[in-house]
Design a protein around this ligand. Structure first.
Ligand SMILES: Cc1cc2nc3c(=O)[nH]c(=O)nc-3n(C[C@H](O)[C@H](O)[C@H](O)COP(=O)(O)O)c2cc1C
Length: 227
């Protein structure tokens, strides 16, 4: 795909994000419920297919809340018989994309770093889980750096029939604070042509490990078990 087409598609995805925001109050919208979790689309329920699941975690913190969510999700998914591969973006050597376009969005990257190990796993994954703390209303830079490197395999992952889930935690107690990240996730998944199959949004979680005193670990486990 050439860059012009990519930018056009990105613009469409961004526009879709605005639509998603504006329909967030609709009763049909997939928005966090009062407990902070999203309802899963019917189409995502009851699948018996054993999947290859790729989990990207974005927190650099010890005793991280979002890493705990990822672990609970993985426990559920493993119990359900899925094969899981976890990648800790914060403890990996992955350079940020510099937009040199050497890969032409579907080829070798100029960097030979830990992303080289991820490439085949991402391409073959049936489901990708994005798990990140909120950092100034967005994904952590650690996970974003890895997402940006999708650019070199864009041609192989875009339009592939993958599913996606999203889990996040943040300190503020207001649900609306999660909107920017949720819209970003939905726009990304829409652009890639993947299918969102569930989210766990955890507001009011600030100090390291405090998520263990909430229901969100269990929500993540149930999501992993039910996909
Ligand atoms: C750099 C940084 C930026 C943050 N930005 C926000 C923010 O915009 N809104 C918010 O509610 N919490 C914010 N937080 C709090 C974290 O989202 C919160 O502590 C979360 O539980 C961290 O998850 P983790 O333990 O998995 O790293 C921020 C924390 C850090 C370190």
């Amino acid at each position: 795909m050439d860059r012009r087409k990519f930018l056009q598609q990105l613009a469409s995805a961004a526009a879709a994000g605005i639509v998603l925001t504006s329909c967030a109050n609709s009763s049909n919208a997939q928005t966090p419920d009062s407990a902070g979790n999203d309802s899963k689309p019917e189409s995502a329920k009851g699948s018996t297919k054993k999947m290859k699941i790729f989990v990207l975690t974005g927190s650099p913190r010890k005793n991280s809340n979002t890493n705990y969510m990822a672990e609970r999700f993985i426990a559920g998914a493993t119990e359900a018989g899925h094969e899981v591969f976890k990648f800790d973006c914060a403890r990996s050597d992955v350079s940020g994309c510099i937009g040199c376009n050497h890969c032409n969005m579907n080829g070798p990257c100029i960097y030979d770093d830990d992303f080289s190990k991820l490439r085949p796993k991402l391409i073959e994954a049936d489901l990708v889980a994005f798990v990140s703390p909120m950092y100034y209303f967005g994904f952590s830079s650690q996970i974003k750096r890895v997402i940006d490197r999708f650019y070199a395999i864009n041609g192989q992952i875009k339009g592939a029939s993958k599913k996606a889930v999203f889990m996040m935690a943040y300190a503020d107690t207001s649900k609306s604070e999660a909107e920017a990240m949720t819209v970003h996730y939905k726009a990304l998944v829409k652009y890639l042509g993947w299918k969102d199959v569930g989210m766990v949004i955890a507001p009011g979680v600030w100090t390291a490990g405090s998520i263990k005193n909430t229901k969100y670990g269990e929500d993540a486990y149930k999501l992993g078990k039910s996909i």
